[in-house]
Write a protein that binds this ligand. Structure first.
Ligand SMILES: NC(=O)c1ccc[n+]([C@@H]2O[C@H](COP(=O)([O-])OP(=O)(O)OC[C@H]3O[C@@H](n4cnc5c(N)ncnc54)[C@H](OP(=O)(O)O)[C@@H]3O)[C@@H](O)[C@H]2O)c1
Length: 266
């Protein structure tokens, strides 16, 4: 299917690896120009080079790939991105998730950091881009959140809380602010995807339970109806669809990609 977004320009945050990279790759393959952001310059630069290759092999070599090494959760980081001067048609918000742990050990600073990264940063990015999208009559914002907003994960309380705040905000703004101007805002909720982040979370769970990593890793797969973890490429393909022309009538939604792990009907 031609998603109809070749030539559009996307900002993809947290995109040197993992789910953000998967989204950037899927968009590049559709002929979308992308600006990718992450803090670590070396891995980011290598990712940008691979994306240029992906654009070439998919016959969309007209698309550009730019990278900005910045912490997207800071004002200075966001300013560095917007200093490029692009009018973004597509924005994928993403940053690392908060650390696992016991809520008894989290102080105010830990909560502010989580809320800053996983609630206020996406809100700032929406604020900075959505009116321009509305003026131009097209826009797609996809927030990478987590299945934890539907089904909380015990050791990820910081994530459960901060992302639920974003989810409530998006439910309102997607409908009231820009739906009539061709702009959609949706959340994409990963269940368990094979990335460094999942490996880190599983290592934390293994330590907490006193089991070895492989035992916890395999046991988690058995709890997923699909009996496997998702791949960043699968996640990116769903993101690209949400950014497509065809998805223009879908907004304010929480789209779960979890191999069937969430047990509810709705
Ligand atoms: N994988 C899963 O199963 C899963 C499940 C539920 C939710 N999630 C959530 O989905 C998001 C992406 O997860 P992932 O698995 O793709 O993680 P990942 O493999 O660790 O990749 C995270 C990416 O974001 C970048 N990043 C992190 N903090 C950043 C910041 N402050 N500013 C700019 N870039 C930043 C990282 O690069 P640098 O470190 O170099 O900045 C990296 O490119 C996270 O919020 C995670 O909590 C993931």
């Amino acid at each position: 299917m031609d998603l109809g977004i070749a030539g559009k320009t996307a900002l993809v945050c947290g995109a040197s690896k993992g789910l953000g990279y998967g989204c950037a790759e899927a968009l590049v393959r559709e002929g979308v120009n992308v600006v990718i952001v992450a803090r670590g310059a070396e891995v980011l630069e290598a990712a940008a080079k691979t994306l240029v290759g992906a654009a070439g092999t998919s016959g969309t070599s007209g698309a550009f790939v730019k990278h900005v090494a910045a912490d997207i959760t800071t004002e200075a980081g966001r300013a560095a991105v917007f200093a490029l001067g692009h009018d973004f048609d597509i924005v994928v918000t993403n940053a690392g998730g908060p650390p696992p742990g016991d809520f008894r050990n989290w102080d105010r600073e830990a909560w502010i950091k989580a809320v800053d990264a996983n609630m206020l940063t996406p809100i700032e990015l929406i604020k900075a881009t959505v009116d321009g999208m509305a003026r131009r009559g097209f826009g797609r914002i996809v927030n990478i959140t987590s299945s934890s907003v539907k089904s909380p994960i015990d050791i990820l309380g910081l994530s459960n809380g901060a992302r639920s705040g974003l989810t409530g905000f998006v439910a309102g703004v997607a409908r009231t602010a820009v739906a009539a101007q061709g702009v959609t805002i949706n959340n994409l909720l990963p269940g368990s995807f094979d990335t460094d982040r999942l490996k880190g979370t599983m290592a934390g769970a293994a330590q907490k339970s006193g089991q070895d990593f492989d035992t916890v890793w395999e046991a988690r797969k058995k709890n997923i109806p699909a009996r496997r973890f998702g791949t960043p490429a699968e996640f990116g393909a769903i993101c690209a669809f949400l950014c497509s022309m065809q998805a223009g009538y879908m907004t304010g939604q929480n789209v779960l990609a979890d191999g069937g792990a969430y047990p509810g009907t709705y």
